[in-house]
Design a binder for this molecule. Structure first.
Ligand code: ZN
Length: 355
């Protein structure tokens, strides 16, 4: 950084994902004067980024970037470019000349939940179990206060999961309430409880592994990082792992007494037990709804949040009769891809099996 005259008008810009491992000499005053942290874009940022990427593809009149932006909290700029690209590929595969909202919605689901793996052979028994597992998540999500609304529930395997209930926040979460964290833990247990309720103690599967991990991680964070345990009070008992990337030292020691460590474990246990109990109560009461929803999932495979609410009121979803893909009809597709050169295989390979 030495050797530049201040009159020479040279501006030096550098970027890193790991400011924590930079040589401190590089960060001394007079080296880099401004440090700008770039987080993922907010709602209006996402809308603007979408508009930039959408310039490269022909769009139908019904496309509203703001709606897509609202449905993609947490997406990075690269995720959004990927979404537009996937939508363009889908439109081309469907033989359309322009990208419509339908392609953008499907592309959003693909980016959010992974590609559908319709070829994965699931036995009827596995399908049924998955339908009740996802149904359990959905029923609890509909019943607890503070849960985000359901976007979609599906028993079509996507990515690594056999099925999935996606919830989308109505706005960007800048912070999360205690109520929402507890609700999310309840929802996480809905799957396993539904399995056990319907198929019995011996038949529960490993499918709940990631649910259990998520719930445990969240309960631990509530106690050790967010000061949400009355017993332990507002103290930080653990380093925020996320912020390792923002310059905190990795090697910082945390000294806990044996007694405190035990108390932490107890508090995590209490949170988990309470949430598990609450989810169990909900599913005990709404077991008829669980049957309705699971049967709906087995029949229609994917249900939107609105369709689930309607189905539980006895209104079945309306589906267009199956149509042959229109790829063969008409002149060739004219939809170019955005952000990625032509010629790259449009379908990502998915080698990982399992749940
Ligand atoms: Zn689950």
């Amino acid at each position: 950084m030495d050797g530049f005259e201040s009159t020479e008008g040279v501006i030096l810009i550098a970027a890193t994902n790991r400011p924590d491992v930079l040589d401190p000499a590089l960060l001394r005053p007079g080296r880099f004067d401004r440090h700008v942290v770039v987080p993922n874009p907010d709602l209006s940022g996402r809308e603007k980024i979408l508009r930039v990427h959408m310039r490269k593809v022909p769009l139908a009149a019904d496309v509203d970037p703001r709606v897509i932006a609202r449905g993609t909290p947490g997406f990075s700029g690269a995720d959004l470019a990927n979404l537009v690209n996937e939508a363009a590929l889908l439109a081309a595969r469907r033989g359309k000349r322009v990208v419509t909202m339908a392609e953008l919605e499907d592309a959003k689901d693909k980016v959010l939940m992974g590609a559908e793996r319709r070829s994965l052979a699931m036995t009827d028994e596995e399908k049924k179990l998955t339908a009740y597992h996802e149904g359990g998540h959905a029923i609890v999500a509909l019943s607890v206060k503070g849960s985000d609304p359901i976007h979609k529930a599906t028993i079509i395997p996507r990515g690594r999961a056999l099925g999935m209930v996606m919830r989308l926040p109505e706005r960007d979460h800048l912070s999360i309430t205690r109520e929402k964290m507890l609700a999310d833990i309840c929802v996480a247990f809905g799957g396993r409880i539904a399995e056990e309720l319907i198929f019995g103690h011996e038949k529960v599967t490993t499918g709940a592994m990631s649910d259990i991990e998520m719930a445990t991680r969240m309960a631990r964070a509530m106690v050790t990082r967010f000061g949400m345990s009355d017993e332990l009070g507002p103290l930080a008992y653990a380093e925020n792992q996320d912020e390792v990337f923002l310059g905190h030292s990795i090697a910082r020691q945390q000294n806990l007494s044996e007694a405190t460590a035990q108390k932490i474990d107890q508090e995590i246990r209490t949170i988990i037990d309470n949430c598990y109990g609450r989810a169990h109560e909900i599913l005990d009461q709404r077991v008829a709804d669980l049957h309705t929803l699971a049967k709906g999932l087995l029949e229609y495979e994917t249900l939107t949040g609105d369709e689930i609410v309607a189905l539980l009121k006895g209104i079945p979803p309306v589906r267009a009769p199956y149509e042959e893909p229109e790829a063969q009809r008409g002149p060739g597709p004219s939809v170019p891809q955005a952000g990625r050169p032509r010629g790259i295989a449009p379908v990502a390979p998915e080698p990982q099996p399992g749940r």
